[in-house]
Write a protein that binds this ligand. Structure first.
Ligand SMILES: [Zn+2]
Length: 201
């Protein structure tokens, strides 16, 4: 196969949760599409970064409107600014938001930290988080809504330590510890999220 096919396979292989076999399937799938499909995909890819920007507070991505740097949640005056929920990725935020069970604000870490990782800043937005905590002195509680895995626990420990170093009076609680089964935020239904929020420890 030619270079562009191989290169595309490599790029798909970097997508979250995609292995080399699936990456190859994606590349073959595109080969089988007509030119119109490819053109539409090209156009979408080239405008993606222009139409979507990152919120300067919570770091989530949102559709750009009138050059406002804050997303609809961070700019909503009715949200509780004393409670901050930390999630690993944008999808987790969307799931919690859909449940309607949380009225505070969020921060998207951008990933989780594997147990042996030494350079944690490479994995999560720790610098931006510390900055946010320092700027928002009204924050009284931080809820860690991370998956109930070793990576989730490890990330929680590191983040909790960093928060306490800035302000030891902030209460740090964890979602899902009260649940019998492991929690994957993104795939949880609204009732599970509500229960997890009621059982945070
Ligand atoms: Zn935001």
């Amino acid at each position: 196969m030619n270079d562009s096919f191989e290169k595309l396979k490599e790029i798909f292989g970097h997508f979250p949760g995609i292995g080399p076999r699936q990456a190859e399937r994606f590349a073959y799938f595109l080969l089988g599409r007509d030119n119109g499909y490819i053109e539409e995909l090209k156009a979408l890819l080239s405008t993606l970064k222009k139409d979507v920007i990152q919120c300067s507070e919570c770091m989530r991505y949102f559709a750009k409107k009138n050059n406002i740097a804050l997303c609809s949640i961070c700019s909503d005056p009715n949200r509780n600014t004393e409670v901050l929920m930390l999630v690993a990725k944008d999808n987790d935020l969307i799931t919690v938001e859909k449940s309607g069970a949380f009225s505070g604000r969020y921060f998207v870490l951008g990933g989780l930290i594997p147990i042996l990782e030494k350079v944690v800043e490479k994995r999560i937005r720790l610098f931006q988080l510390k900055n946010l905590i320092e700027r928002n002195i009204q924050i009284k509680e931080v809820i860690l809504a991370l998956s109930a895995t070793h990576e989730g626990e490890n990330t929680g420990d590191i983040v909790e330590k960093a928060i306490k170093e800035i302000n030891s009076t902030i209460k740090v609680s964890r979602l899902g510890r009260g649940l019998s089964t492991g929690l994957e935020i993104e795939y949880s239904d609204s009732d599970t999220i509500k229960e997890a929020l009621n059982n945070k420890k």
